[in-house]
Design a protein around this ligand. Sequence first.
Ligand code: NI
Length: 271
Amino acid sequence: MSVIAELFELLWVDYTAMTPQAERVSALLQARGERLINDHIALRTFAHDSVDIEVLDRVFVDAGYEPIESYEFKDKKLVACHYEHERPEMPKVFISALLLDECSPQLRDTAHNLLKQLPAGLQADWRFPCSGRPWSLEYASYQDLLAESQYAAWLAAFGFRANHFTVAVHEMKTVSSLAQLNDVLLAEGFVLNAQGGLIKGSPEVGLEQSSTMADDVEVEFADGRFSIPSCYYEFAFRHRLADGELYQGFVADSARHLFESTAGRGEAKSS
Ligand code: NI
């Protein structure tokens, strides 16, 4: 198995351990006769020299991935880049980073304290994007982060791993729209993120996406185990644009909404 195939396998195993519903959704769709294709995976990091997007992307770039398009989400204080591989069957990789300089001094201090704990050599290891949380964190710090940025809180609590995998619904055979897939999932009792409507994006912009609400999982903090929202499972339907080509980008509006859906089921949303 190639390094990149092995990394995707590790990322998936780790992701489904954090997000048991992803495995249940996969099993459901496979039982319907689908062969699931990943549209993209999403990774998160801090915009900081030690772990920046250009550090986290190395193993992907070494494996032939190329940066295609950059994004900025000003209200979320995020930048992002999406990568594609020349082999179209390889999932796109979407890496975002929190702009620490634009966050509060408290958040910045907390992040810097976490980054000081990075073990030597971590970033040079090909498994870095799937290395999990390399620092110790108190539950109170997690809650302080959560009050300012769900993104920062998730990253502090879960570290370096897939934030979500995304199924390519336009490649599926048993549904012909994202709305149909949503109906299948809702009928099976899965809870979808309804904030801003079940479907973010539109055929006109080339991309529609929906997602489940994140599972809650128990996470070990410095001062005990606490149950917090982990990851959601995402569904993307790409459309052909006027040029006849399947849109391959990430619509800023759609992606922005999806940064918000890591909030747990009963929990207040930040916006
Ligand atoms: Ni996504």
